[in-house]
Write a protein that binds this ligand. Sequence first.
Ligand code: HEC
Ligand code: HEC
Length: 372
Amino acid sequence: MKRLLLACALAALAACQRPAPQLGLPPMAMAPASAAQVDLGRKLFMDRRLSRNNTMSCAMCHVPDQGFTATELGTALGVEGRTLRRNAPTLLNVAYVGQLFHDGRAATLEKQAWGPLLNPIEMGNPTVADVIGKIRTMPDYAGKFEAAFGGAGPDEQSVGVALASYQRTLVSGNSPFDRWRYGHDKAALSDAAQAGFAVFAGKGHCIACHTVGEQHALFSDARFHNTGIGWARSKGEAVLRRYRVQLAPGVFTEVQEQDLATVSEPLQLDDGRFEVTHNAAERWAYRTPTLRNVALTGPYMHDGSLATLEDVIEYYQHGGIDNPGKDKLMQPLQLTEVDKRNLLAFLRSLTGDNVARLASMARAERFDYPNP
Ligand code: HEC
Ligand code: HEC
């Protein structure tokens, strides 16, 4: 505590932005960053000029109003419309993720930030020096890095720290489920969602991977599992035979997988965790994602192949997709229609109470600057 106070005092008298403790979330491992660093990170996050051709910001794939993911895209689109092979994860509660990316290949948010900035199909900048040079020419950043980082200007480290510090404030608990389970408010959760939690923890076996603790819940064991999607994709097999496709808000149609395949781009190779460890047992294994705010963050799975939570529940009902490396915890379930409805109500009860506020704080940031 003493060291924390000292760190805050050192942060140039700036108010210390430790997010208020939220029901259902564990204490943050890292000391909070100064408000100046967080504000700078938010500005960078929203700024489209940080891409090579001034079109892409972090926020265009991690859209604040879409649960800090992109709900209209299965797999993300980058600079000049190039397709990424994976679904953009939500950044809500990313502060609690130890191994970043679907395959866990990045260890810290500070290091991760330069990945998209330099990736030719994300933000497309040629080098770190190009990005830093560009920031130095932008009058609206003048003095801001110096003020936030004790005199140091923009550089590789400070840009990473600012973006990481902002992302660590995207903390969202206090969901109806949290108020019921950790706040002991019996009225906070509907009967259906309570019954759904019993399915989640009982005959659904969801809790084996999407863990829920006594004091708090991250809904992830932070491990990597082969549930079958990666395997099916690599073999060109269907994930679900039918897809719901949105035509207009609230208007859906069902499409057969084979019809969809004829209009889609060919899939890019994706071996999951194997790409990091080269351990054959981890081919097509992906990190268990959190389920917090999951009602807001569709489409689902590492490739966005499941459009709705109903589809996800159907997927688990069939035990995922059989393949030689499938996780032993993935078994066909015997959920009744009532169980499925209750499970859905439970998943929808995991939305934090501050998501709209976090989105509006980001939206308030101006990001339509003229070209530098
Ligand atoms: C073109 C779309 C796109 C842009 C732009 C983009 N991201 Fe991402 N982001 C993704 C995708 C897709 C993934 C998952 C990639 C993977 O797992 O291989 C991802 C993953 C992440 C993760 C890991 C989250 C987790 O749960 O593991 C973080 C953190 C992140 N992005 C932050 C940022 C920041 C900061 C920026 C801007 C500097 C940014 N992203 C720009 C699409 C994008
Ligand atoms: C063997 C471990 C395991 C079990 C058991 C399990 N999950 Fe998952 N879950 C995962 C993994 C791993 C992923 C990510 C898969 C991928 O990206 O391809 C995932 C993804 C999800 C997603 C999508 C989240 C997102 O943001 O894309 C939802 C929703 C979900 N699971 C709900 C459930 C429910 C409900 C149950 C129980 C019926 C369940 N899970 C059982 C490991 C598991």
